[in-house]
Every structure is written in structure tokens, then in C-alpha cells.
Design a protein around this ligand. Structure first.
Ligand code: SAM
Length: 186
């Protein structure tokens, strides 16, 4: 209940940045999980971790040697997720997604296997959206996947420009119904 209230508070404070009244459903999380090869993945990045409902499911599946960087721009949500998820493989970072390079460099990581994003790309300022996509493309290894949850098809053009190899799955059982874009870096 506390988590729900905190998420709603974050939404009311900045609706365009949070992008949804509710946290993503387990059905969306399952679609994301099914797109990740946990046997092989050693470095994952999550953008817009919120209260960590997707994060928790990722952590359960992660290889013992895999690390996960979670970016959450809202300091209250970042503080809560850090309390919710205490695992030495997980780094919670309260900063904006486009700054991922700084933290990856600090950990001597050049490329990552997957980027999972629920940041509401199309309601963010245009420049911020472009910067997030640019950094994601830069740090994703070739053959790696960028997985983006959206509530419309509006951002499709920007994703396709960077990732011509892209699949879109529709998840009706979410409020609002969601599109999960699975983009491969070629
Ligand atoms: C739609 S919510 C999803 C939260 C959670 N991952 C879930 O699935 O329920 C989007 C989240 O992205 C965060 N966010 C928005 N812009 C961001 C940015 N530039 N960098 C990092 N996080 C951001 C918001 O604060 C919010 O928690």
C-alpha cells in the first residue's frame, strides 16, 4: 500500500515524467522477462525503475555474476526501491537515464547486454528522449536488446531509426494496455 501511495504521489508531482498512474502489471513484466536470455546476460540496465516491480522479477532470474544498474530520476522512488531491493548485484542510481555512461564507466563497463526501459519516452521533453535513446544505443552491445514499454505507438519512429530490427508485443492486461518494443542492435 505504501508503495502504491508513493508512486501515485510521484505521478501527481510530475505526471509527464512518471507517465502512468499505476505501476506496470505482472503481464508486462512477464513479456519483458521472456525477452531476456538470463543464462548469457551479464550486464543489464533498467531505466525508470519506479518502485521496482519489474526489477524484482529481473533480480530473481539474474545469473549470480550478472549486474543490474537501475536508474530512477525521482529521489523518493529511488530511495524506496533501494529499501525494497537489497542485492549486491543491483546498483540503484538516482539520476537521469541519459547519464548512464558516467556510472558504467565508473564500474569499468563498456557495453551492456540489455536495456529495459519504462521511461515514458513520448511525454518527456524531446531533447531528453533523444539523449536517452542515444546513450542507450551507444552502450548496448551489438546483438543486445533495448526493451521499451510504451502506452502508444507514438515513439515507434524514433526507435525504428536506431533499431530497424524491432518487434512489438501488445499487452492488454495492463492499465493502460501497453506495447512492449523489443529492439535489437544490429
Ligand atoms: C511508467 S513509470 C514505470 C515505473 C516502473 N518501472 C513500473 O514498471 O511500474 C516510469 C518511471 O520512469 C521514471 N523516469 C522518468 N524519466 C526518467 C529519466 N529521465 N531517468 C530515469 N528515470 C526516469 C519515472 O520517475 C517513473 O518512475
Amino acid at each position: 500500500m505504501k508503495n502504491k501511495k508513493l508512486f501515485l504521489k510521484a505521478f501527481l508531482k510530475n505526471p509527464r515524467r512518471v507517465g502512468a498512474l499505476n505501476q506496470t502489471s505482472n503481464f508486462v513484466a512477464k513479456e519483458i522477462i521472456n525477452s531476456i536470455d538470463f543464462e548469457k546476460a551479464r550486464c543489464l540496465v533498467e531505466l525508470g525503475a519506479g518502485m521496482g516491480n519489474i526489477t524484482k522479477k529481473i533480480v530473481r532470474k539474474m545469473h549470480p555474476e550478472c549486474i543490474l544498474f537501475c536508474f530512477e530520476i525521482d529521489p523518493d522512488l529511488a530511495e524506496q526501491i533501494a529499501k525494497n531491493i537489497q542485492d549486491p548485484r543491483v546498483k540503484i542510481i538516482s539520476d537521469s537515464a541519459e547519464n548512464m555512461g558516467k556510472y558504467l564507466h565508473q564500474s569499468k563497463i563498456k557495453k551492456v547486454d540489455y536495456i529495459i526501459s519504462t521511461v515514458p519516452l513520448t511525454t518527456l521533453p524531446y531533447r531528453k528522449m533523444k539523449e536517452i535513446l542515444k546513450s542507450s544505443f551507444q552502450y548496448l552491445r551489438s546483438g543486445g536488446k533495448y526493451i521499451q514499454v510504451q502506452y502508444s505507438l507514438l515513439g515507434r519512429r524514433h526507435l525504428r531509426m536506431l533499431f530497424p530490427k524491432m518487434g512489438i508485443n501488445f499487452v492488454f492486461l495492463n492499465f493502460p494496455p501497453a506495447f512492449v518494443y523489443v529492439c535489437v542492435k544490429i
